[in-house]
Design a protein around this ligand. Structure first.
Ligand SMILES: C[S@@+](CC[C@H](N)C(=O)[O-])C[C@H]1O[C@@H](n2cnc3c(N)ncnc32)[C@H](O)[C@@H]1O
Length: 222
């Protein structure tokens, strides 16, 4: 069995700079140039999505793609797109069903392409993103990064899962702050999560190692 150590951090609560960063980034556009490989991935993804009458399901940071397969079973009529920056992880999946496409892409760019091109995404899964648990790494967490306004606009239904309670609490607080600043009616809920069976490689490892899991659901009500 592949055991995983619980997340340890020198941070014991929501970071005191979180609100300041979320507020700063809500007021500006994130303009980092889109990487060429991600632009190409976006074009392939659009070709794939256009073959289906239903909108995309997005699995961001899909790793080896286990959750993409599980999403494909839950949403059999939708195209499911799994994205990860690690080709090595993506290559572990040899065969996928016809409604799944796994692509190497940079999320920081791909999310903005989806929003700029107004691509409808029915459901956005963000399962176990890197927690960056050191206090000094706050700015690397997606919710304290300039990409966060775009991330929240990708889909009206977003589910984040994590094995670090502080990450979940920060993500929920950041989503509430950003939604308020954008006057976006929304519902944000945070809860302990106990799946009947693990859906992702990391979820399996965390459950076998006795970690608590957390989930944040963000629903845009507009
Ligand atoms: C902890 S793993 C979780 C993988 C998968 N969701 C699971 O639960 O098994 C985080 C994944 O996010 C990917 N990732 C992190 N930052 C990314 C980024 N900016 N763009 C694309 N992928 C990213 C990593 O390569 C890694 O596979």
């Amino acid at each position: 069995m592949n055991f995983s150590k619980k997340v340890t951090s020198n941070q014991e609560d929501i970071h005191s700079d979180l609100e300041k960063l979320v507020t700063r980034y809500a007021a500006c556009d994130y303009r980092r140039p889109v990487a060429e490989h991600t632009q190409r991935a976006f074009e392939s993804a659009m070709e794939f999505a256009n073959r289906f009458p239903k909108p995309l399901i997005l699995d961001s940071g899909c790793g080896t793609g286990d959750s993409s397969l599980s999403l494909a079973r839950k949403f059999p009529e939708h195209p499911v797109l799994g994205l990860d920056k690690s080709e090595i992880r993506l290559l572990k999946k040899n065969e996928v069903p016809g409604n799944v496409l796994l692509l190497r892409a940079e999320l920081l760019d791909f999310w903005r392409l989806l929003v700029q091109n107004k691509i409808p995404v029915h459901f956005h899964a963000l399962y176990y993103p890197n927690p960056w648990p050191k206090q000094s790494h706050l700015g690397r967490r997606f919710h304290a990064h300039p990409v966060f306004p775009a991330l929240l606009r990708v889909s009206r239904r977003l589910e984040l899962r994590t094995n670090w309670e502080i990450y979940a609490r920060e993500f929920a607080a950041a989503a509430e702050t950003a939604a308020r600043l954008f006057s976006l009616p929304s519902d944000v809920s945070l809860s302990r999560y106990m799946p009947e069976a693990p859906e992702t490689a990391f979820e399996k490892k965390y459950l076998e190692s006795g970690h608590f899991l957390w989930r944040v659901i963000f629903l845009s009500l507009k």
